[in-house]
Write a protein that binds this ligand. Structure first.
Ligand code: RP5
Length: 165
């Protein structure tokens, strides 16, 4: 396995870490190397632009971007990069993540952000979705994705059986 990061996980603040670590855990499940850092669309716009512009040349193939409140980060990253950007809205304000969801998903035509659910489920799905993008037609990765789906189904079977006992 190439240890160079294939996925970049970016979050608007270190306060987003407990959510965004779910994306990292999902990538670890598929043995996909990643990098993780903090940058803000509003507080550190130059750092955000620099990170976004250089990600592809560093070998990164997918960007996962999480932010809360006025969550412009994923959109700004998508504006600066030709990599696919997966957005994770985070519950970080009185509006419980609805603000971040709308800010992340309502992109103007031409600058797509693949927006996940609010919070931990969204972050986990972002990691899985990144794995699906990276898998392409690689049989080893496809096998890992199929095994993962089988494990999900087996988990439901086990819960159904437990209910019958
Ligand atoms: C957003 O504001 C961040 O992504 C975070 O979710 C939220 C609050 O940031 P902190 O004030 O905790 O740094 O930009």
């Amino acid at each position: 396995m190439n240890d160079k990061p294939l996925v970049g996980i970016l979050m608007g603040s270190d306060s987003d870490y407990d959510i965004m670590v779910e994306a990292a855990r999902a990538l670890q499940r598929f043995d996909i190397p990643f990098e993780m850092t903090v940058s803000s669309a509003h507080r550190s716009p130059q750092r955000t632009a620099e990170y976004s512009r250089t990600a592809r040349q560093r070998g990164v193939r997918v960007l996962i971007v999480g932010a809360g409140a006025a969550a412009h980060l994923a959109g700004v990253v998508a504006a600066e990069s030709t990599l696919p950007v997966i957005g994770v809205p985070i519950d970080a304000s009185a509006l419980k993540g609805l603000d971040a969801l709308l800010a992340t998903v309502q992109m103007p035509a031409g600058i797509p952000v693949a927006t996940m659910a609010i919070g931990k489920a969204g972050a986990r799905n972002a990691g899985i979705f990144a794995a699906q993008i990276i898998a392409g037609s690689d049989p080893v990765m496809i096998e890992k994705l199929e095994t993962f789906k089988q494990e999900l189904a087996a988990g439901v079977e086990a819960k159904a059986e437990a209910l019958q006992e």
